[in-house]
Ligand binder design. Structure first.
Ligand code: NAP
Length: 332
């Protein structure tokens, strides 16, 4: 009997590739969604695997017991659901509560109601690693030992983008604290990707509905920008490689209670604009030129050797990631 994996936030961009990764590997997948419209979108994206895909409806993951039903009979869990918005107004309600409670309630549900679960992989973020107050930090190398030191109080002055970073930090810390205190019968593994780019598996009726990181690419060539924007986060990973990272963190015994920095390499928006303008003559007029061919400045690096050594994770080229993303946006 194939194992059944619960993927929370199944309607999300990252989740769509995680689901595909597990379906392709022969697993059954149960996705949590907030409504039927989301379920239908996911079903459509993975139509060829319809027999192995099912859904559980979790309207509000901030409510205690939210996942108690969804985890019944499950063998493993990938928890991707978390708000990824950089314009929240009420940080507590829109970011901290769903991020932290969602994480705690999936862990509690698994402990109490899913004795078959041995591993839960949590999609954290480089947000929970980076110290955004240090800026470019030339020469510095982030590793899994780094934690974003910003407090909830500091986000009130810092703004909605740092508040998102803190929501991910609080959630990931809460997960490791839970395992330490509650000693459940399962282990966890967290992956901490920076910006996630690459193709979409799902179709959208409006580009306005693109997830935050896809919009980050789309806006570079859709004519909405006159200038190349300042790069916010200087590293990225391909969404397919991130899905693979989740799969490997799930299947690798040594990943028990480990944290993995997963990133392909550094990049800048200037480099992306240069590449788009060089490859797509039809997009030259709508993609800002900026200071063409300016080399990457001296910025912090990410040490991804742990994921390479322990998970065997490899990365696609920037060309493949960017051009596959642009191509899917152009065909929508
Ligand atoms: P996404 O497309 O916006 O997906 C987010 C998912 O979480 C959706 O399924 C969404 O459900 C669900 N969700 C959000 N808030 C929720 C709430 N309050 N209650 C229940 N479900 C909720 O974003 P994504 O880029 O795939 O992000 C997925 C995960 O990757 C997140 O944990 C994010 O922090 C992490 N991550 C993403 C990036 C990136 O660049 N994309 C980078 C680092 C880490 P609905 O569809 O119903 O809204």
């Amino acid at each position: 009997m194939p194992e059944t994996i619960l993927v929370t936030g199944a309607s999300g961009y990252v989740a769509s590739h995680v689901i595909r990764q597990f379906l392709e590997a022969g697993y059954k997948v149960r996705g949590t969604v907030r409504n039927e419209a989301s379920a239908e979108k996911v079903r459509h994206a993975h139509a060829q695997y319809a027999d192995n895909l099912s859904f559980s409806y979790v309207k509000d993951m901030s409510v205690p017991g939210a996942f108690n039903e969804a985890v019944q009979g499950i063998d493993g869990i990938i928890h991707t659901a978390s708000p990824f918005i950089l314009d929240a107004k009420d940080y507590e309600k829109e970011l901290f509560t769903p991020a932290v409670n969602g994480t705690l309630f999936i862990l509690q549900a698994a402990k109490a109601h899913a004795p078959g679960v041995r591993r839960i992989v949590i999609t954290s973020s480089f947000a929970s690693v980076l110290d955004v107050t240090k800026g470019l930090r030339p020469g510095y190398v982030y590793t899994e030992t780094n934690w974003n030191p910003m407090t909830v109080e500091e986000t009130h002055a810092a703004g909605p983008s740092p508040a998102y970073l803190v929501s991910k930090t609080l959630a990931e810390k809460a997960a490791f604290d839970f395992v330490e205190k509650e000693k459940p019968g399962f282990s966890i593994a967290t992956v901490t990707p920076p910006m996630v780019y690459g193709p979409l598996l799902e179709t959208y009726d409006s580009m306005e509905k693109l997830n935050t990181s896809s919009m980050d690419i789309y806006r570079l060539f859709n004519g909405s920008l006159k200038e190349v924007p300042d790069t916010a986060f200087w590293a990225y990973i391909d969404v397919r490689d991130l899905a693979r990272a989740h799969y490997l963190a799930y299947t690798t015994p040594a990943a028990a209670n480990q944290r993995y920095l997963t990133a392909a390499r550094n990049f800048s928006y200037q480099i992306l604009c240069d590449m788009i303008r060089a490859k797509y003559p039809e997009l030259v007029a709508t993609t800002p030129e900026g200071r063409a061919n300016q080399p990457l400045p001296d910025v912090y690096r990410l040490d991804t050797s742990k994921a390479k050594k322990e998970l065997g994770l490899e990365y696609r080229s920037l060309e493949e990631t960017l051009f596959d993303a642009v191509d899917t946006f152009l065909t929508m």
